[in-house]
Design a protein around this ligand. Structure first.
Ligand code: MLC
Length: 459
């Protein structure tokens, strides 16, 4: 890996938008993620015979110029998290000298291997992944990396501070950048309505001091009375990271989903019809079952499974789908490994995940919102002690990541790197538009081997 350039891309200076300060308060949804590790995503673009001269003269200038134009719409991403002394909570601050940190690199790694579905070591993706810089006083909102693979293609990497943007906004930003790049970089680049971010914070109402409650939860978790520590914007290190994981991608097709649904219904002839057997529920329950079985071992082991919910359409009044920020909450459950190891483990999982989604539909997303952060922090502590098997979810088949075409074709693969640090699997839509689901995995090698032997061999 060779670093070719470390720079900052500023919003296009020709626009008056770039010359005004901007500040956005963090909402309670944002503050939930204040110190939680960021999400890392890579988009792989194959380009046969791509040379360094072509990369430098065509690809890179177009990507940088269009990024600069895109930032006019996403100004907070050119800024930083700050905590002014007169502010009760941190803010996102943009000033005209700010810009997005961008690393340009050249890799001699195997593009086809890293962008394929097969098994490879998780650490192989780390050199392609930008690093989010955070300190006591300041935290980057995102960082980007563009990596050339001579003769084979290039990769666009983004790391996103979850207190600034969630998966929906991150993927909307990448799609907007790709859209403007593909359009040909004219000044005044406008975005279609669904990609135009809504920065207005007044569309979201705090149910009553949840923002300050989350800050207090963060303060309490730090166990320090010093003001510097309390107001530090440093992100927490990943504590539960396992060593030497391998990655692979598996796909669940519509046909597989049909079989999974039929399998649940055949085992629950009376109650099955009341379950919410969506693509998401079936996929997550099935993958969680295979992961617990791949570890095998003691049935007494605690298993926590949980996932994020996009709150935008579920708030009253609903928040626009293109609202910029973090707008999700978590739901989840505990079980014992034996529940999944059991012959009817998948049916158990489908019932539990269905119940969780149905609860959200019935009770709304704000039910129990006050205690969500402390619950998640406690699970993190247990995960770090390795006493708990945690299976969470990053991404969503609804994000449409494969629509991100910068003008050289759609990505051949999109991966979430950070699942190798937090016990998550990643979900995306099938690349071929067939409405299947692509699932990213990061497991120990023995567990990956077991997973491969189990996956879709039985339902
Ligand atoms: C809570 C959920 C997981 C539940 O999903 P479900 O699919 O079970 O339930 P649902 O009500 O959303 O959808 C039920 C069915 O309706 C369909 N459906 C839903 N909305 C639709 C729409 N607008 N247009 C057409 N169809 C729609 C779904 O595809 C599904 O059908 P069918 O069964 O045919 O599919 C989801 O609603 C959700 O909020 N997903 C987003 C989660 C998220 O944002 N995760 C990322 C977190 S941030 C993160 O992790 C970081 C990062 O990614 O960077």
């Amino acid at each position: 890996m060779k670093i070719l350039e470390s720079t900052r891309v500023t919003p296009s200076p020709n626009s008056p938008i770039a010359s005004a300060d901007l500040s956005l308060p963090l909402t309670f949804f944002d503050l939930f993620w204040l110190k939680l590790p960021p999400v890392e995503r890579l988009f792989f673009y194959p380009l046969n015979g791509l040379t360094l001269p072509r990369f430098n003269s065509e690809i890179l200038p177009k990507l940088k110029q269009s990024l600069s134009l895109t930032l006019l719409h996403f100004l907070p991403l050119a800024g930083n998290l700050k905590w002014p002394s007169n502010s009760p909570k941190p803010i996102i601050s943009y000033t005209p000298s700010d810009g997005v940190p961008l690393t340009v690199a050249q890799s001699d790694a195997d593009f086809d291997l890293l962008s394929g579905n097969g098994v490879y070591e998780a650490v192989e993706l780390h050199p392609l992944t930008p690093v989010l810089i955070t300190s006591d006083d300041s935290a980057s909102t995102i960082a980007l990396q563009i990596t050339l693979f001579p003769n084979t293609g290039f990769c666009v990497g983004i790391v996103a501070h979850h207190a600034v943007l969630d998966g929906k906004t991150t993927t909307m930003f990448i799609k907007s950048w790709a859209y403007i790049c593909k359009q040909g970089n004219t000044e005044n680049s406008s975005l279609p309505p669904e990609l135009t971010p809504v920065l207005d914070r007044s569309v979201l109402r705090d149910p009553g001091g949840v923002d300050m409650l989350y800050l207090k939860t963060w303060f309490d978790s730090m166990g320090s009375d010093s003001d510097t520590d309390k107001k530090s914007l440093k992100i927490l290190p990943n504590k539960g990271e396992a060593e030497s994981l391998v990655r692979a991608t598996v796909e669940i097709t519509r046909e597989d989903l049909k079989k999974l649904r039929e399998s649940v219904l055949s085992k629950l002839p009376d109650t099955g019809k009341d379950l919410h057997l969506s693509t998401f529920v079936l996929t997550y329950a099935y993958i969680a079952t295979c992961i617990v079985r791949s570890r095998g071992g003691n049935g007494d082991r605690d298993v926590a499974f949980g996932f994020a919910i996009d709150c935008r359409p579920r708030l009253d009044p609903p928040v626009p789908g293109n609202y910029f920020g973090s707008c999700n909450t978590m739901t989840g459950e505990f079980a014992k490994a034996r529940d999944f190891l059991d012959e009817n483990g998948f049916v158990f999982g489908a019932q539990k995940v269905s119940d969780l989604v149905k609860q959200v539909k019935e009770k709304g997303v704000l039910e129990g919102i006050e205690t969500k952060l402390s619950l998640v922090l406690n699970i993190g502590v247990e995960f770090a002690t390795k006493s708990l098997q945690l299976i969470s979810v990053a991404g969503s088949p609804g994000f449409g990541v494969y629509g991100s075409d910068f003008g050289w074709g759609k990505p051949v693969k999109v991966v979430v790197v950070s699942i190798d640090k937090n016990g998550a699997v990643s979900l995306a839509e099938s690349r071929d538009g067939s409405r299947g689901v692509e699932v990213g995995l990061a497991l120990k090698i023995q567990e990956m081997e077991k997973f491969s032997s189990l996956f879709l061999a039985e339902f």
